[in-house]
Design a protein around this ligand. Sequence first.
Ligand SMILES: Nc1ncnc2c1ncn2[C@@H]1O[C@H](COP(=O)(O)OP(=O)(O)OP(=O)(O)O)[C@@H](O)[C@H]1O
Ligand SMILES: [Mg+2]
Length: 311
Amino acid sequence: MARVIAIANQKGGVGKTTTAVNLGASLASSEKKTLLIDCDPQGNATSALGFPKDPARRTLYQALILGEPTDRIVIDAKVDGLDLIPSDKNLVGASVELVQMENREYRLKELMPALRDRYEFILIDCPPSLDLLTVNALAASDSVLVPIQCEYLALEGVSELLDTLMRMRRTINPELAIEGILLTMYDDRTTLSKQVAADLRSFFGAQVFETIIPRNVRLAEAPSHGMPVILYDIHSKGAEGYIQLAKEVIENAQKRVGQGAERADSGAGAADSGEPSSASTTSPTAAAAAAAGGDTGGSNSGGSSTGPGTE
Ligand SMILES: Nc1ncnc2c1ncn2[C@@H]1O[C@H](COP(=O)(O)OP(=O)(O)OP(=O)(O)O)[C@@H](O)[C@H]1O
Ligand SMILES: [Mg+2]
């Protein structure tokens, strides 16, 4: 059963698509069969994987709005183990058309049963907004990964996003966890990057992935060659970063399975949201889920989470 992770931040240009494409390719190269859903009408993930605009290509639009089966839309992303549901500008229409539709928040979620069994990870690249497409992505997901650029005003908009996530948990998707906050475009030569990274860590504590994605020109060049960075320049710092991130995501998934098994043994936790409820857990997901389930007004203590079940 796939873990479905939305990659979201309504702020533009923070590295969502770069993360979706390169985490996807890195998971696939670790032999975790992965599907990337391009949920952004800009279609950047689609073109970054080497699929230029083509009006004849079926996209997420056909599945979401016209109800076509996803197996007619999924394509091989030309990376072993990685598939893609492409997007194009027609999806702009989708966010408007969805408003009129029944179950408008759950159209993407309804596509998941046909996909979950075929993959170990499903990543959803969200547009830079909190519109119905993003709501559909968050409703369909188990967790959300939030890339934040290491720059001045990095935190701007993050509290709005966390408010939205909490609202989603209360209404549309009570199970939504925070996969982690990812620091992107980190430049270790500048004190600003270091300061921003330190601030974000003290604010979000264990919710932040240990992996930091460096600013790396190879990451910016790879999309114009239509390939993920691990195929474009495997030895680059950017490739290293995303391979490391994939390891962290896989390890967290394995920990969750372990904790789930323990809980099943003890018969506890049946009523919570599927996240670890142990008081001693230090996993970013658990701490993040606890924060998302509680008050996000300040830093969490990291490692003393009591889990979302206490809400
Ligand atoms: N770590 C990095 N180092 C260097 N350049 C990067 C890095 N991450 C992303 N970029 C570049 O920054 C720009 C924005 O990145 P990206 O498209 O991934 O952001 P996004 O959040 O998906 O943007 P949007 O909100 O428009 O969808 C792109 O040109 C990308 O190539
Ligand atoms: Mg993008």
